[in-house]
Ligand binder design. Structure first.
Ligand code: FES
Length: 146
C-alpha cells in the first residue's frame, strides 16, 4: 500500500492530539466493522473554531485524516467547518489508497458530530443543520485494519 508523504507526515507527527478540557463541542464516531473510534473536540467562540483537538483509536489513515481535518478547520467559522468533506481532506493529503477512503469519512463525520454536540448544547436541534451522522460503511476493506 502506497501512502503519500503528507499522509506519512501526519501519521508519524499528528497535529492537535489530545483532549481539549474547555471544549464546547465533542463528537465521537466509530466504525462498527473495524472498531476504529475517533473523538473530536472543538472550542467555539463567537462562531469561530478557536481550539480543536482529536483522539483516534484507529488505523494510520484515520490518524492522518483526523490530524489534517483539525488543521483545516482551525480558525474557521462553524459554517466553513460544516463544509469540510472527506474528499477535501484526502486532497489535502495528496490522496489515499482506495481501501482507506472510508477512514477519511470517519474524520469528516467526527467533525460533524462535534458540531452537532455544539448546537445541542446551545439548545438548537442539530439535525437540520448538520444532518444525520452516518455510520461509516467499511465496505469490504475491513481486513485492512486487522
Ligand atoms: Fe478502520 Fe481506517 S478507520 S481501517
Amino acid at each position: 500500500m502506497m501512502y503519500s508523504q503528507k499522509v506519512l507526515d501526519h501519521f508519524t507527527n499528528p497535529r492537535n492530539v489530545g483532549e481539549l478540557p474547555d471544549a464546547n463541542g465533542v463528537g465521537e464516531v466509530g466504525n462498527a466493522k473495524c472498531g476504529d473510534i475517533m473523538r473530536m473536540y472543538l472550542k467555539i467562540e463567537g462562531n469561530v473554531i478557536t481550539g480543536v483537538s482529536f483522539k483516534t483509536f484507529g488505523c494510520g489513515a484515520a490518524i492522518a485524516t483526523s490530524s489534517m481535518a483539525t488543521e483545516m478547520i482551525k480558525g474557521k467559522t462553524v459554517e466553513e467547518a460544516l463544509q469540510l468533506s472527506n474528499k477535501a481532506v484526502m486532497e489535502a493529503l495528496d490522496g489515499l489508497p482506495p481501501v482507506k477512503v472510508h477512514c477519511s469519512v470517519l474524520a469528516e463525520q467526527a467533525v460533524r458530530a462535534a458540531l452537532a454536540d455544539y448546537y445541542t448544547r446551545q439548545g438548537i436541534d442539530p439535525e437540520p443543520i448538520v444532518g444525520k451522522i452516518q455510520e461509516v460503511d467499511h465496505g469490504d476493506s475491513c481486513s485492512a485494519c486487522g
